[in-house]
Design a protein around this ligand. Structure first.
Ligand code: LRH
Ligand code: MN
Length: 435
């Protein structure tokens, strides 16, 4: 624990991590050298791959550092961050251990900064940047004049639309003060019963409202439009799928893009094909990584469908090489932790993301294209699954080691007794704002 402007905060020193790594460094080097040897044999330069893993930074959602919950209950975790400062400290812990959590994505008003300079200083202390800011027009604020019960940017009531537009412009203003360069808009807007909505009117109001928000963006900002098929509305959602988001973004302008939240797809949707389509059109702005079995379950990344995550990264690796028209993609996690320690859950999600990326980087894209052209279906599958079945964990560990992170972040987190230290500092009943 370290003292910073008279508040105690958790900071893990490189020395502490180095000492922990000593216990497993010999085993790691043996596994890494064996894999690196195999890859050299295949003409793959491990260090080039490692540099890409080191550069891959994922933004942590400010709303997912406490225990999540459902309408059926919420189980507090103890030592949760109840201020934005404490949330940044927790992301600092994640980044120190994983060296891949180099940014925070704020949700407004859940995490509106009080002291901007103090927040920026604290983030800088932990080498954390500010990624996309998220607006919230799916909950009514205590002092709000208008209600979002029947929607926000699509609401038939002009005053409600104006309030929602104003909120988004306020969120941009907050983001500018922190150095963020993008706004994510997710709308809960929709209907619960047939006949409740005039679909065309709702879509047109949404289009017009988004355009006003887009036109108030600073010239170097991007707008991400996040789609979702259902919840909290259960009959229709205005921005229900990638096509609607794509269309609305195109109408807004050149700096508006589609954001893909992995949990926002109906069962068995081919998400990797959606990703390829968006890349092909230069419209893939960002990701919300998580995993799910049924709905928007917000589970640990790679915990349910790791092969799908791998296939998505295959399209991303191909697209990052082939689609210069697509902007730099914003990588973010969007998860909710109902039964796991939030920090352990995020450590596992970061690991799963880097493993899927490393596996996809092993795919010989030229060989795959040749097999596709030759319509050698079995060979296409072999090329993919050879990469998927390669244990790339030594590469991911080596990328962390080279950045002075932990070889095994989860066991380091436990060995350092961080959760108990947070409970001692913040108490068992501390509760984080957010989902
Ligand atoms: C909607 C969503 C969106 C956030 C919210 C916290 O389901 O994915 O990205 O605003 O979760
Ligand atoms: Mn999301």
């Amino acid at each position: 624990m370290l003292l910073c402007d008279n508040s105690l905060y958790m900071k893990i020193e490189k020395q502490q991590i180095g000492d922990l790594n000593k216990k497993s460094i010999i085993a790691h080097k043996a596994q890494f050298n064996f894999l690196a040897g195999q890859l050299t044999h295949l003409g793959i330069k491990s260090q080039q791959l490692i540099e890409r893993l080191k550069a891959f930074q994922v933004a942590i959602p400010s709303w997912a550092l406490g225990a999540g919950g459902t309408r059926f209950g919420r189980f507090s975790y103890g030592g949760e961050p109840s201020t934005l400062e404490q949330k940044i400290d927790d992301i600092g812990v994640l980044h120190a251990l994983t060296q891949s959590a180099g940014a925070v994505s704020l949700h407004i008003p859940w995490d509106t900064p009080e002291d901007y300079e103090a927040i920026k200083q604290k983030a800088a202390l932990h080498n954390i940047g500010f990624d996309a800011v998220n607006s919230n027009t799916f909950q009514d604020q205590p002092d709000a004049r208008q209600s979002y019960r029947f929607g926000s940017l699509s609401n038939v009531d002009q005053h409600v639309r104006e309030q929602a537009i104003h909120h988004n412009i306020e969120v941009i203003r907050i983001g500018k003060k922190l150095g963020s360069k993008s706004l994510t808009v997710w709308l809960a807007d929709g209907s619960n019963f047939p006949g409740q909505h005039n679909f065309q009117t709702a879509l047109q109001y949404t289009q017009t409202s988004l355009k006003i928000i887009y036109d108030s963006l600073p010239k170097d900002w991007k707008l991400y439009i996040e789609y979702k098929p259902y919840e909290p509305n259960f009959y229709s959602t205005v921005i229900q799928d990638w096509g609607t988001s794509f269309m609305l973004a195109k109408e807004c302008g050149a700096r508006a893009y589609t954001l893909v939240d992995l949990g926002h797809h109906l069962p068995n949707t081919n998400i990797e094909q959606i990703v390829a389509t968006l890349l092909h059109k230069g419209m893939l702005g960002g990701f919300h990584f998580n995993d799910s079995k049924y709905g928007d379950d917000d589970l640990t990344v790679g915990s349910i469908k790791p092969y799908t995550l791998f296939l998505i990264f295959n399209e991303l690796v191909y697209g990052m090489a082939k689609n210069p028209q697509n902007p730099e993609i914003a990588w973010m996690i969007d998860a909710s932790h109902n039964i796991k320690d939030p920090l352990e859950d995020l450590i596992q999600s970061l690991e799963a993301i880097l493993i899927a990326y490393a596996q996809a980087l092993l795919i010989d894209q030229q060989k795959l294209r040749a097999a596709q052209e030759a319509q050698d279906v079995a060979l296409c599958q072999e090329i993919l699954q050879t990469a998927y079945r390669t244990d790339v964990r030594p590469l991911v560990k080596e990328s962390r080691l080279q950045l002075h992170g932990a070889l095994d972040p989860l066991s380091a987190y436990r060995s350092l007794g961080i959760r108990q230290a947070l409970i001692n500092e913040r108490g068992k009943d501390a509760r984080a704002s957010g989902l």
